[in-house]
Ligand binder design. Structure first.
Ligand code: XMP
Length: 317
């Protein structure tokens, strides 16, 4: 009979037995899975767990500082690494989505590897892999064609000489959230929308610059904060904004403008494999659109994505 409490109890006991006095390193992403994995491991082995949280410069506005703060408040032994420049300089001039993903994956491993080598005698790499990741990794990396070089599975291990521990690899997302709740993790962390590992890099269509990242962070912040302020955030499975590689004509006063277009995306889903666009209220969309165009210099047009998956994917790249 599965309950979150019994899962926590058995898993913590199992981790203690398995890990003993060994040192473990875990990459935190700010997402639900790695956070819950971190807290479980912390319960089991305390200070023998070192968490590494990398700022790749492609996170949401203020996200790195806010999330790092909540991790520290939770008592986790966490190292924040500012690697913004490494990522952005490696991505310079790159437009192809798969190349972006590969670069981000590679730089992440380099940064993570360098940090974890600073920890003496580390033996284990912990990962927040959940059951659907395992399944999807098999279907993505298996005999059929690669769909996207997706997700959190299969990245780090080969490069590093560490044993792997994955305490959540038999759980579904809703179970992970329930386990997190049972351990008293803040609802703000548990209720967070999924966010792709490559972050805003795959929401900036075309090449990536620091200016584009900053512009998209502002737009995204207006949209996400709007969803929260209007009690819509929890009704949506995932939301975000794409910065399109086109400019369109507009007017401002007597002037014609020729500026950027952004596309808002909000979907409902259970696992991301299929998704429906959300019928957000028109008055909400109207306000968000006005806010974006008035407050973010360089954007003169906002569109709303009304495509479902399949055939459209959630992300545009
Ligand atoms: P798609 O666009 O394939 O997205 O419908 C399904 C879910 O996966 C997320 N996603 C990614 N997550 N690395 C990730 O960690 C990626 O490269 C990646 N691409 C898409 C997407 O945000 C959605 O939740």
């Amino acid at each position: 009979n599965w309950t979150p409490d019994s899962f926590v109890e058995t898993t913590v006991a199992g981790l203690k037995a398995k890990l003993g006095n060994d040192k473990v390193v875990l990459g935190l992403s700010g997402g639900v899975d790695s956070t819950v994995a971190g807290v479980l491991l912390h319960k089991a082995i305390g200070k023998n767990l070192t968490c590494i949280f990398v700022d790749n410069g492609l996170l949401r506005k203020n996200e790195f500082e806010a999330v790092l703060d909540s991790y520290k408040h939770m008592g986790l032994n966490v190292i924040g690494v500012d690697a913004k420049h490494e990522f952005l300089s490696e991505l310079e001039g790159v437009s192809d989505p798969e190349t972006k993903r590969k670069i981000i994956g590679r730089v992440f491993i380099e940064v993570f590897d360098a940090e974890s080598h600073k920890i003496k005698d580390v033996k284990w790499l912990a990962q927040g892999t959940i059951y659907p990741d395992v399944i999807e990794s098999i279907s993505v990396n298996g005999p059929s064609a690669t769909i996207k070089s997706h997700h959190n599975v299969g990245g780090l291990p080969d490069e590093m000489d560490l044993k792997i521990v994955e305490p959540l690899n038999l759980l579904f997302k809703d179970e992970v959230r329930r386990v997190g709740r049972a351990m008293g993790i803040d609802e703000n962390l548990l209720g967070r929308h999924p966010f792709p590992g490559p972050g805003l890099a795959i929401r900036i269509l075309g090449d990536i610059t620091a200016e584009k990242v900053q512009l998209l962070q502002e737009v995204d912040h207006i949209f996400i904060q709007g969803l929260k302020d209007n009690n819509l955030y929890d009704q949506v499975w995932q939301a975000g904004v794409m910065l399109l590689p086109v400019q369109s004509v507009g007017v401002m006063g007597d002037e014609r403008t020729y500026e950027k277009v952004v596309a808002l995306r909000a979907v409902t889903s259970t696992d991301g494999m299929t998704a429906d666009w959300v019928h957000l209220p028109y008055d909400f969309l109207a306000r968000v659109s006005n806010d974006i165009i008035n407050k973010v210099k360089g954007v003169n047009r906002v569109v709303y994505d009304i495509s479902s998956k399949p055939p459209a994917t959630i992300e545009w790249e």
